[in-house]
Design a protein around this ligand. Structure first.
Ligand code: ZN
Length: 411
């Protein structure tokens, strides 16, 4: 695989150097020539590509093939600044559908399935990508798109939908409506394929419990095809990605150096086969880790872990990068604490200190719990902290994203 990946990388660099004014400029600035890259490990000498750069070359500065070879564009959401436009060739569209169909096969989808696609269609990549994968598998697509829960439930019941595709929050809406209306006996769902947001174990349990389905975590981003570049298998112990199409690296987002094997950091992706808008070392801002070793399911494709956060959420304490998702994970394994927490970071007498406030169940003795949280934190994240146990309901709740980390060091 590494040899194949290197050959694809080499071809990519030749293409970029010949046809991309954007990358030609980057090669010149960084002083690295494509011919300097003699092995896959040398990829670390090549420049990164960032979302800001893609915005700067709006609309089609990333395109490296003639206009007549482009069959479609998609666009990432422009909620902050200009959107990013990604042009696709016919081969890109096909490659994406192959990857998506592979995801569906891993999730056990067959021709017999009826698949309700609730993500949006149009400029946004999600709906279209899912649809292409369903058609490639030969299952029946029910392309409802988002919203109109009334219609969704009607389709789900009347057409006997077996697979639900959606975001975790929309799947939860559906699950709650099914419960509220007592439709459990009328639905035929078996699986849910859920993507595009970070979601916790508790939400997963609620959706799968209410709908009585098995859930699969699918990942992807518009800049790199769209959803469908990875999915977890039935063991749900890591997310398999397609390394014959994509090269994954994990870097420390502050030093920009590769992390040690198995450590968390920012996911960086190189598209090995993309024609319309290839990307070299694209910084996704998503935090995860590569899981060493092979999966007991027998698939040869490597795995990354769930996305635990975004680089914007990261804090560095005592030289260690910490992401909110990692704290969620520590607390998940400790009996007697709720999922709510608050972190206060301060700097006094020349050193950083981190205080973690967690809520406890009545039944558990405070002192033991404080010790256990400190020990778990030290062993999983690597630094000594102070734990403060508070009573259940003490910490603020928010419908929106709660602010959990308070960093007072630079004030
Ligand atoms: Zn597996």
């Amino acid at each position: 695989m590494r040899e194949q990946q290197f050959n694809l990388l080499h071809d990519l660099l030749v293409r970029l150097d010949r046809n991309s004014s954007f990358y030609k400029e980057k090669f010149k600035k960084s002083g690295v020539r494509p011919e300097d890259i003699k092995s896959l490990d040398d990829i670390k000498n090549l420049p990164f590509t960032t979302k800001e750069e893609l915005r700067d070359i709006y609309p089609l500065g990333l395109q490296v093939v003639p206009d007549e070879d482009i069959v479609r564009i998609h666009s990432s959401s422009g909620t902050t600044g200009k959107p990013v436009i990604i042009p696709y060739t016919a081969n890109d569209v096909q490659d994406w559908s192959i990857m998506m169909a592979r995801c569906f096969e891993v999730a056990g989808m067959t021709k017999q399935d009826r698949v309700q696609i609730t993500p949006g269609f149009g400029l946004w990549t999600a709906g279209t990508g899912f649809q292409a994968g369903v058609e490639r598998i030969g299952a029946m697509a029910v392309p409802t798109g988002p919203g109109n829960t009334e219609k969704q439930l009607q389709m789900m019941v009347d057409l006997k939908t077996t697979v639900l595709i959606g975001t975790s929050s929309y799947a939860l809406v559906i699950a709650e409506e099914v419960a509220k209306r007592g439709l459990h006996d009328k639905i035929h769902l078996k699986k849910g394929i859920i993507g595009s947001e970070r979601w916790g174990e508790k939400m997963r349990k609620r959706i799968s419990g209410e709908l009585n389905i098995e859930l699969y975590d699918i990942y992807g981003l518009t800049e790199i095809y769209g959803p469908g570049i990875s999915i977890d298998c039935h063991l749900h112990n890591g997310i398999h990605y397609w390394d014959d199409y994509l090269y994954f690296e994990i870097i420390d987002p502050t030093t920009l150096q590769p992390v040690k094997e198995g450590e968390y950091g920012e996911l960086v992706i190189t598209t090995l086969r993309k024609e319309g808008a290839p990307l070299l070392r694209y910084r996704t801002r998503d935090i995860t880790r590569l899981i060493p070793g092979s999966c007991p399911c027998g698939l040869a494709y490597p795995r990354h872990d769930v996305i635990v956060g975004r680089t914007d959420d990261m804090v560095k304490v005592k030289g260690v990068n910490i992401y909110p998702g990692q704290i969620d994970e520590v607390l998940r394994d400790i009996d007697g604490v709720s999922s709510e927490y608050q972190v206060v970071i301060e700097h006094a007498d020349g050193r950083d200190s981190m205080r973690l406030r967690v809520e406890k169940d009545q039944s558990v003795p405070t002192e033991n719990l404080e010790k256990e949280v400190c020990t778990c934190f030290k062993s999983k994240i690597g630094i000594q902290i102070i734990t403060e146990v508070v009573s259940l309901g003490f910490l603020p709740r928010s419908e929106k994203k709660s602010k959990r980390i308070f960093d007072y060091r630079y004030e």
